[in-house]
Design a protein around this ligand. Structure first.
Ligand SMILES: Cc1cc2nc3c(=O)[nH]c(=O)nc-3n(C[C@H](O)[C@H](O)[C@H](O)COP(=O)(O)OP(=O)(O)OC[C@H]3O[C@@H](n4cnc5c(N)ncnc54)[C@H](O)[C@@H]3O)c2cc1C
Length: 587
């Protein structure tokens, strides 16, 4: 099967769900381009061709080796290094031959220089076949992107072509035994040498692809402040001219419940030579920035997992006969399958819309960093895209990853007893789905990020925040000729906002009424704690409404999308009502 060509929905989204009109001029300022494109349509056809060929590859060879990789594991740890097994080695070779490593990296370093959106679509395709392979390959391109963004030209020229050739990859090394979500507790130290290099000491755990060769490491320079402000970022390579053996040691590869085909390692630094990246004390800020992309990428991975599990379940349900007919035709099963496919298709639309904003944000952000020269028009675009990315990132990470675990569990149930057996791939999808739930910030951390933004917005000007809901009643627009989709969307948004404001008032309202419009009086620690217990339900509600917003826009563009809008509206309306009940009962 071809995961792109045979999927009408992906093709529709590729053509209609991405703002190519805004994105392409950011990549190609004039035509013909250096790459030989005569017009924007040529770029679009080229990207479509890439997705067709990666769709065939992921639906073929990548899918075929998934089970074996799951059984055999990623490879070995020998003398402080990771040695990929035959399955991963084959993956790297094929990826390099297909030139899919470094899709968004500029051609001067050997990449194709095409929009990041295509990389994200590829991640979904890979994850539909096998989450482990998707993860391992992600640590080629993402490391090349980091080197391009943060390192000097000489380092970039030395490292990136090797990554694109499939010979080198890397890792992001944050987590330690004593700190995961709370990175302010990082203990790994860095001491400056006379030649300006640093020596790292400490250990990192759960590091994906820790033996790839190039590590971006968070550490604290001796004497730096406690907490996040004292953290810096370092580039640490495993092979350096001044050492015969490895510059850092991979101590072990973890035994996990899933993602067996991905290395999850402990990395030990003992006077490991490293270079400071950027400015001292800015390490956490750099990582946060990178996490935007990583979290959206993990959302695409989760989507791929859902696609793999649900497409298998639907196929099975159409073939499996019980009570004289395919189980897909039994009323309860029919309803369930419709719900599963609705949520899958809706998430695909949400993620596509999000990466469209992200592509604009990312390209302009890089331009700003490299040239500090954005035109007025670009500044406006950048501001708008930044707001979307900030709002959507925790939502897509939270929603897609939670849905991947829920829906892959439901897929097992569709297969009955067979779903529990290793011969069928759905149990692998479910075991693997827990990885994305945890890495790049757990679901709870995403929910808290989303809540923090709401509180920040509300506290900036409580009077305006609270009065908005009454001024913006959707009834005001009812005579304005809005489409049926927009009316449903606006009513749902209005009801959510009203309920959310009720919740905020109930939890944060100061005791005395003369403090009512004093932002500080609202944000006491005790009251914020009371609101925090609702972070996940708030995040769920926001995710549903953002998805509905995207589906409404799509339905207005093309009436063939109206069915998906209506099905999703039916799916989430009772879920939203359950959230409101929860808020009433638990405050
Ligand atoms: C397969 C896999 C790959 C990974 N790859 C990498 C990698 O490449 N690089 C890397 O640096 N790390 C990696 N990690 C580590 C991962 O990022 C951490 O496991 C994760 O950030 C959580 O940290 P922790 O395990 O220490 O859990 P903790 O931070 O101890 O959290 C435990 C529980 O407490 C919850 N919690 C924490 N804070 C709050 C709060 N304020 N409010 C409510 N609940 C809270 C969490 O949601 C979680 O449920 C990987 C992990 C896995 C499983």
């Amino acid at each position: 099967m071809n995961f792109f060509e045979d999927e009408q929905d992906w093709k529709w989204l590729f053509k209609n769900g991405i703002d190519w009109k805004t994105i392409l001029p950011l990549y190609y300022q004039s035509y013909p381009t250096e790459e030989g494109f005569e017009k924007p349509e040529d770029v679009i056809s080229f990207m479509e061709e890439i997705l067709n060929s990666t769709g065939a590859w992921t639906g073929g060879a990548v899918s075929q080796r998934a089970e074996k990789l799951d059984q055999n594991g990623a490879g070995q740890v020998v003398d402080g290094r990771t040695i990929p097994g035959p399955e991963l080695s084959a993956l790297y070779k094929e990826a390099a031959e297909l030139q899919v490593i470094g899709l968004p990296i500029p051609p001067e370093f050997g990449g194709l220089g095409i929009p990041t959106t295509i990389l994200m679509f590829l991640l979904a395709q890979l994850s539909r076949a096998c989450l482990s392979q998707s993860t391992q390959l992600a640590f080629f391109t993402s490391i090349a992107e980091m080197v391009h963004r943060f390192c000097d030209h000489e380092t970039a020229q030395r490292i990136i072509p090797k990554i694109i050739a499939g010979e080198l990859s890397g890792s992001m090394n944050l987590t330690e035994p004593g700190c995961g979500s709370d990175l302010g507790m990082i203990k790994t130290t860095a001491i400056k040498r006379e030649d300006g290099k640093y020596l790292l000491n400490g250990s990192k755990i759960f590091i994906t692809n820790g033996g790839g060769g190039v590590g971006f490491v968070l550490a604290r320079i001796k004497g730096a402040a406690e907490g996040l402000a004292g953290i810096s970022m370092f580039l640490c390579e495993q092979d350096i001219p001044e050492k015969d053996g490895p510059n850092y040691i991979v101590a072990k590869n973890e035994h996990k419940m899933g993602m067996h085909g991905s290395f999850t390692t402990e990395v030990v630094y003992e006077n490991s030579v490293a270079s400071l990246v950027g400015v001292e004390g800015e390490g956490f800020k750099y990582m946060l920035h990178l996490m935007n992309e990583a979290r959206i990428a993990v959302g695409f991975q989760a989507l791929g997992t859902i696609e793999g599990a649900i497409s298998y379940a639907v196929k099975y349900a159409n073939e499996r006969q019980q009570f004289g007919k395919p189980i897909a035709e039994l009323p309860l099963m029919k309803r369930n399958l419709e719900d599963f496919t609705t949520e899958r298709d809706a998430l695909r639309a949400l993620l596509t819309d999000t990466v469209s904003h992200f592509d604009i944000f990312q390209k302009l952000d890089l331009k700003k960093k490299k040239t500090n020269d954005l035109s007025k028009e670009e500044q406006v675009l950048f501001k708008e895209a930044s707001l979307w990315v900030r709002k959507r990132t925790p939502l897509v990470k939270y929603y897609a990853c939670e849905a991947a675990t829920n829906l892959s569990q439901r897929a097992i149930q569709v297969l009955g007893g067979y779903g529990f057996m290793h011969e069928y791939p759905v149990e692998r999808f479910h075991r693997d789905s827990f990885g994305p739930l945890l890495y790049e910030g757990t679901s709870q951390i995403q929910a808290l990020m989303a809540l923090k933004d709401i509180i920040k917005y509300a506290m900036k000007d409580p009077k305006r925040f609270f009065s908005n809901v009454f001024i913006k009643h959707p009834g005001i627009n009812l005579l304005g000729g809005n489409s049926a989709y927009e009316k449903k969307l606006k009513n749902s948004q209005y009801r959510f906002k009203k309920k959310m404001i009720g919740l905020i008032i109930k939890t944060l309202k100061p005791e005395t009424s003369n403090n009512l419009f004093n932002a500080k009086a609202w944000a006491t620690e005790e009251n914020i704690d009371k609101l925090m217990i609702h972070a996940e339900t708030l995040c769920q509600g926001l995710s549903y409404l953002e998805t509905l917003r995207v589906l409404s826009e799509h339905a207005q563009k093309d009436s063939s999308r109206s069915e998906l809008f209506n099905r999703y509206y039916t799916l989430i309306t009772p879920r939203l009502e359950a959230i409101y009940t929860d808020w009433e009962v638990r405050t």
